[in-house]
Design a protein around this ligand. Structure first.
Ligand SMILES: NC(=O)c1ccc[n+]([C@@H]2O[C@H](COP(=O)([O-])OP(=O)(O)OC[C@H]3O[C@@H](n4cnc5c(N)ncnc54)[C@H](OP(=O)(O)O)[C@@H]3O)[C@@H](O)[C@H]2O)c1
Length: 264
């Protein structure tokens, strides 16, 4: 059955591919982000900046005027940040949290009434492996995604009586524009950290550029839309499922040691 699906971050990467795929499946798609997709797109589009409440209010007003209900909300918009905590500014952290945490919260909160109008509304939040396994020199990104995972879980329990189901999808390294769009640190090498920041960033960038095809994430999202009841969290890919499992089973100290060896 055709559904009305709102996807934030639909101008590129995972969100765009999800929008195209679900549109081809016969769903009515509404994309949302600060800019339109660069190449031709067939779905509806609303411009909105998750970093600005005024911009979100305008986008929400347009959505509420145009659409009577939303069956599925996919919170996919997100940005990355790398660098040492010591050299990151208050403003940079604020920007990341505005988009990855506050923006997701505000869009969701304002759209719950439209989701409640459907028999079985669904909210699918795109989190990250980095929200479960803390990556050094990506500390604020990990923090923002961990916050989103908790947001998802709380929301799931709060909305259950209304028949609205909530799930979080955890992609690992995925080949998209995310790598180039990440806020880069000003300090890469210095006497204190030597070349640890640079090495760590080179590794994460290399892994992403050689990462999963975003279609793997799209397939998981599509399966969730079709399911009667969604799981709380779905990790994309066997290797990442195994890593998250190990992260939960092994002593924290040992997990941090491995992550330090890999990234710090
Ligand atoms: N790629 C990976 O390795 C990876 C791994 C784990 C999780 N993820 C998560 O997957 C999601 C999608 O990322 P991606 O890989 O597809 O990256 P991407 O290609 O950079 O796409 C990010 C999307 O978010 C939108 N966006 C960014 N800032 C925004 C803002 N202030 N307001 C509204 N929209 C905004 C961008 O559109 P505009 O620039 O037009 O606004 C774009 O459509 C993110 O939440 C990311 O954290 C990615």
């Amino acid at each position: 059955m055709s559904k009305v699906i709102l996807i934030t971050g639909a101008s590129s990467g995972i969100g765009k591919l999800t929008a195209e795929f679900l549109f081809d499946q016969g769903h009515q798609i509404i994309g949302l982000s600060r800019s339109y997709p660069k190449n031709e797109y067939k779905y509806d589009y609303v411009l909105g900046d998750l970093g600005s409440q005024v911009s979100m209010d305008n986008a929400i007003k347009t959505i509420k005027e145009k659409y009577n209900q939303i069956d599925v909300l996919i919170n996919c918009a997100g940005i990355g940040i790398s660098g040492a905590v010591e050299y990151t500014s208050f403003e940079e952290v604020n920007k990341i949290f505005q988009v990855n945490v506050m923006g997701q919260f505000y869009m969701t909160k304002e759209l719950i009434p439209l989701l409640r109008k459907t028999e079985k509304g669904k909210i699918i939040n795109i989190g990250s492996i980095a929200g479960e396994l803390t990556i050094p020199f990506q500390t604020f990104y990990s923090m923002s995604k961990a916050a989103m995972h908790k947001f998802s879980e709380g929301l799931r329990m709060e909305l259950k009586p209304f028949g609205i189901d909530v799930a979080t999808v955890l992609p690992g390294d995925t080949k998209t524009g995310f790598t180039d769009n990440r806020y880069q640190p000003i300090v890469m090498e210095d006497d204190l950290y030597k070349d640890r920041i640079k090495k760590s960033i080179n590794k994460m960038e290399h892994d992403e550029r050689n990462g999963m095809n975003p279609m793997s994430v799209v397939k998981v999202i599509n399966k969730l839309i079709k399911r009667k009841r969604m799981p709380v969290m779905v990790t994309v890919g066997f290797m990442y499922k195994f890593l998250v499992f190990l992260g939960k089973m092994l002593p924290k100290r040992f997990v941090n040691w491995i992550l330090s060896k890999m990234y710090a």
